[in-house]
Design a protein around this ligand. Structure first.
Ligand code: ZN
Length: 265
């Protein structure tokens, strides 16, 4: 029997589960997600044909965001759901089947391990990494609803300071599409910080074609939501991660107080 193409064993005994959760009993209305938290690669996929220098770059994950997300989860007493495998294996914020879901090229780097991938192999990556993460987010939102716990989804990301040769001026950006409540409030508070250049749907905007977590989990359920993108050079060490987690905890604390006063939560 030829098992060379059998990827039903994508995640083996040495591989950790894709979903990592923090503070699952957290009482905050904010539910934090982190689609690009990790850069693990299932053992059977080796290095996807890439040198280590590529596998530590932003194309593999959101540099710095894991530390920010964990600290923010603690500060806010918020549940954090994170995904540990590299977006080069399967991008958990892309609709499955989109060209960027299992990218053959990312920025200017070709991903040899993704070239010529079969439909079955793609389906296994989805079944073992993408689906467990999104099924778990769904379950959590359902459980919160049953407990009458409000849910405001905050999707945490980081962006590279230079993309395709273009420097990006923003320190932080909000990303949104349909929510008209949280993003303007967040923008107002971020812009009140004197040292920040704030992106309004920069460096990315949310869309149904290029995103998954916000459209599917928040917008389709009518939940308030925002994406956040922090520039990676600001959170490239523990001190930076802490500064940004502290700042965001303070701002989201203010937002929670405002929303409770306004009785929107
Ligand atoms: Zn990201």
């Amino acid at each position: 029997m030829n098992t060379a193409g059998d990827t039903s064993l994508l995640l083996g005994q040495k591989d950790v589960p894709p979903v990592r959760e923090y503070n699952a009993e957290g009482r905050s209305p904010f539910l934090l997600t982190c689609d690009h938290y990790g850069r693990l690669i299932p053992t059977v996929l080796g290095d996807l044909g890439l040198p280590e220098s590529e596998l530590v770059r932003h194309i593999a994950w959101d540099i710095g965001i894991a530390g920010v997300a964990e600290a923010l989860s603690t500060h806010l007493d918020a549940h954090l759901v994170a995904q540990r495998y590299s977006r080069l294996v399967i991008d958990c914020n892309r609709p499955p089947g989109a060209a960027s879901s299992i990218p053959i090229i990312s920025e200017a780097t070709t991903i040899p391990g993704n070239e010529g991938i079969t439909r079955e192999e793609a389906a296994v990556r989805r079944a073992q990494i993408f689906d467990p993460y999104h099924v778990r987010i769904d379950e959590i939102i359902d459980q919160r609803r049953h407990r009458n716990t409000p849910t405001i989804l905050v999707s945490l990301h980081s962006f590279t300071p230079v993309y395709a040769g273009i420097a990006r001026p923003w320190h932080i950006g909000t990303l949104y599409q349909r929510d008209k409540t949280l993003p303007p409030q967040l923008l107002q508070l971020l812009r009140a910080e004197p040292d920040l250049v704030v992106g309004d749907n920069e460096p990315y905007a949310v869309s149904d074609e290029t995103d998954y977590t916000i459209p599917v989990h928040a917008e389709a359920r009518g939940l308030m939501n925002t994406g956040i993108e922090i520039r990676q050079d600001l959170i490239s060490d523990q001190a930076g991660e802490k500064l940004w987690a502290d700042r965001l905890a303070r701002i989201f604390g203010e937002i929670e107080a405002i929303f409770r006063t306004q009785q929107v939560i």
